[in-house]
Ligand binder design. Structure first.
Ligand SMILES: *Cc1c(COP(=O)(O)O)cnc(C)c1O
Length: 458
């Protein structure tokens, strides 16, 4: 028999990290063979949540092999190098034009790729602020106290914008049984310092839309009666890839005169892996020119309007892949399939007699928002979320709604492209089993419940 040293047998049959702990604090002095580094990571990630069972996220967890190939083969391309990679830049502009068309832009428009809706919102809201400043300066009026009006149903990024860029947030609270906002809520908050109003298309809480058409009418009246031209920015992070296909008759986009800019996450219902969003302006003039930087970079003049600089081109290409691969028909098919499965899950939950489903008769993202009906004093929605995860690995968040509706706790299951009808039935049974376990053993202490709370806005 060959005599091997311990290190040799280890290299042959396993890897160091089966018995050693991994580097985690000091910057390692020496390196390791690629196989060891690969296995170290693979073994660590084995214990990560499984994205296919993550019903909490809006973000894409599956793309077809051809799309994956486009991504893999273009990871080395830096999107910002427009001079070297003009085709990638042109493909971005094709995507912007297609989105402008989808959102009924009336004429010449502009827009850009971003890291996600958060960057798109920061840029879009900055443009609102700068355009407001231009209007005020033209009237020789003060530009000291800008404010922005939105509902408590927005994503946290809007409050972040207000703090980072020194704008007063005027936040409209929700109510029990009223989880979106409309014109009557907005009206009292408007004045000459309002840089804009935010309308959400598909809230992260229940998947519904604000009354954007109603807010538009209010702002048209305000323009006529008080001479204040207040724009709407639509936060369509999720909804702007859902509404055009599921509810084409619904008006929320550039068909409404005061809607000046729209953001959407390519990595949500645009069906691309995380790292891509879009900002589209109604007309070129809606982008404040002061925010565009013209620079001579690597021998070519380039106009940029971004918060980041270098970033990958792969996901822009993947977005374009989806647009041409699916078209309107394909996106409609995918959205309808998700909607049908969401309806099936909602029907199952209602039929179980345990749950009340929230607003599934209205225009909504393909998801099911639900809560326990009647008295279940021994456990609540957070216990179910925890039990479901412990028993089956499903990630379904439970959370309380924002101020004035904070007494309402709900659960939310995203029903995505890869969720088959069989999985819907299985999830239904698994929820019933989790409840049966809780019927027997009761829930956890309220303080422990708090710790198991999961986020909602992603
Ligand atoms: C997800 C989401 C955001 C943030 O978008 P990212 O693409 O994750 O940066 C903003 N607004 C709404 C309504 C969202 O659903």
């Amino acid at each position: 028999m060959t005599q091997l040293t311990d290190a040799q047998t280890e290299a042959l049959y396993g890897n160091r990290f089966l018995t050693e702990s991994v580097p985690s604090t000091a910057f390692p002095q020496g390196g390791m063979p690629p196989t060891d580094a690969f296995r170290l990571l693979a073994e660590d990630l084995n214990l990560e949540g499984d994205p296919q069972r993550n019903l909490a996220t809006f973000v894409t967890t599956w793309m077809e092999p051809e799309a994956q190939r486009i991504i893999a083969e273009n990871l080395h391309r830096n999107f910002i190098d427009h001079a070297e990679y003009p085709i990638s830049a042109e493909i971005e502009q094709r995507c912007v034009r297609m989105l402008a068309d989808l959102f009924h832009a009336p004429g010449q428009t502009t827009g850009c790729r971003t890291q996600g809706s958060s960057e798109a919102i920061m840029l879009g809201a900055l443009s609102l602020k700068w355009k407001w400043k231009e209007r005020r300066e033209a009237e020789h009026a003060s530009t000291d106290r800008p404010n922005l009006v939105f509902g408590a149903d927005v994503h946290v990024v809007w409050e972040k914008f207000c703090r980072y860029f020194d704008v007063e947030p005027r936040i409209i609270p929700l109510e029990v049984d009223k989880y979106t906002i409309g014109p009557e809520d907005v009206a009292p908050h408007l004045d000459e310092n309002t840089i804009g109003v935010v309308g959400v298309l598909g809230t992260t809480f229940t998947g519904h839309k604000d009354d954007i058409a109603g807010i538009n009418q209010l702002l048209l009246d305000v323009k006529q009666e008080r001479g204040l031209d207040i724009p709407i920015h639509v936060d369509g992070a999720s909804g702007a890839f859902v509404w055009p296909f599921l509810y084409p008759e619904s008006t929320w986009d550039f068909q409404l005169e005061q809607v000046r800019s729209i953001n959407v996450s390519g990595h949500k219902y645009g069906l691309v892996y995380p790292g891509i969003g879009w900002l589209v302006f109604r007309e070129t003039s809606d982008l404040a020119q002061d925010l565009v930087f013209y620079e001579n970079y690597l021998g070519k003049t380039d106009a940029t309007f971004t918060l980041n600089f270098s970033t990958g081109a792969a996901l822009v290409l993947a977005q374009y892949y989806n647009f041409v691969r699916l078209g309107r028909d394909g996106y409609t098919y995918v959205m309808r399939q998700m909607q049908q499965n969401a309806a099936a899950l909602a029907a199952n939950l209602r039929a179980s007699g345990r749950f009340e489903v929230i607003g599934d008769g209205q225009e909504q993202l393909p998801l099911v928002a639900f809560r326990l009906s009647g008295e279940h004093a021994s456990y609540d929605e957070s216990d179910i979320a925890w039990q479901l995860s412990a028993e089956r690995g499903w990630m379904v968040p439970a959370y309380t709604l924002p101020p004035r509706a904070e007494k309402v706790k709900i659960m939310r299951a995203l029903v995505k492209q890869t969720m088959s009808r069989e999985q819907v039935e299985r999830l239904t049974r698994d929820i019933a089993d989790a409840c049966a376990t809780l019927d027997e053993k009761g829930g956890t202490h309220p303080a422990e419940r708090e710790q198991t709370k999961m986020g909602t806005g992603y």
